[in-house]
Design a protein around this ligand. Sequence first.
Ligand code: BGP
Length: 469
Amino acid sequence: MRKDFLWGGAVAAHQVEGGYNEKGKGLNVSDMMTVGGVGKKRQITDTILPNEFYPNHEAIDFYHHYKEDIALFKEMGFKCFRTSISWARIFPQGDELEPNEEGLKFYDAVFDECLKYGMQPLVTMSHYEPPLAFCMDYNGWYDRRSIEFFTRYVDVITKRYKDKVKLWLTFNEIDSIIRHPFMTGGLIESRFKPEEFEEVEYQAMHHQFVASALAVKITHENIPDAKVGCMLTKLTYYPYTCKPEDVLEQQQRMRQIYCYSDTQVHGEYPKYLLQMYKNKGFNIKMTDEDLKIMKKYPVDFISFSYYSSSCVAADTKGLEMSAGNTETAIKNPYIPSSDWGWQIDPEGLRYTLNKLYDRYQIPLMIVENGLGAVDEMDEDKKIHDNYRVDYLKKHIIEMKKAVEDGIDLKGYMMWAPIDIISSSTGEMKKRYGLIYIDKDDNGNGDYSRYPKDSFYWYKKVIETNGEIL
Ligand code: BGP
């Protein structure tokens, strides 16, 4: 791999920090989620219920353990650490004029700790963390004022961290507003007419696109040497068969994926998306000024999460479905699945990287890739997670092949260097980490950290710049 390749790991504030009400932080949507689990849906409430357990309130207590955790990331040789800033730590209600200084100080300390070890922070501005009050009082991203509130937040954080953070992502998985509108867009479905809700989602998405373009502008003004990327859920679909109708179905489905990067990279809505609005009779309010802003400030690079792939068919009758955290499609009979039913497809990563690069020809970065699995600790407090090593190894092999194919890849952030709360189920049991956390689904445990076998394996991978896998 290139000498300056960014090896590292990624997390999101709400899944690690805890300290949900410390030093002036406001509640955000992820603070309102309860534990789900396989086959069970997470509950979302708009007020904290007395007898309910909210796993993100403590998460893995990174808020108090960040020094220890960052030291462990350093031990693995991380060049880069991706995390997010929790908007409600900085603007507790979302709409204030002045930021919360205590919240800003926390991230100063986190970034300083990374920089102390020569580790670059890669920061997501919004990763499923809209402030709850902003959702309750304004209907989240549906309200146009969301653009103003968000850009004020972006201006504050990019001014404050201008000497510390040079790599930024605007919205995590911006496409996910369609799949989980509350987490991504702060939209409370019951407040809208069911037949109008899809249009509401696309209206909120428009506001995010404008805000994202403005975030690119503001970041470049405040930090001239910064790079700002978009972030996509890289859902990869294959046609279930070579029947032309399945291939057409796949083409249509992929447009639902590409429309987000088409818009953020080319700076304008693709014609097929505008046609879809027309066909559905949507009236998405957008001003000429919005469209000018989107055109003027496209992203510098594309980042994405990649876990899995699946299939689509024109006729799904009788076909088995696969699982995913936000999306399900048809199960591919040729590839295995994780404990949570996500299909494992390393070759799909090479395919995806090439597809994206062919389409956009701008730098790419993998900012999430990993395996959620049940880990057992043995009597010596060791975790032999060879299945995780196997997953990561196979994906890195395919990533290297894609680089040989000629793509421009800046880095690989595995998800997640440390066990964290699952964003879709709220579980601890679903572990992604290279470091084990002593905490279970009911909140029991003392939060001790234990490197797993995969920790030592990844350390070697980074040490040899991906030569020894
Ligand atoms: C991505 C999210 C992450 C993360 C990951 C794994 O979609 O950006 O926040 O959670 O998926 O998903 P889960 O935690 O549901 O297993």
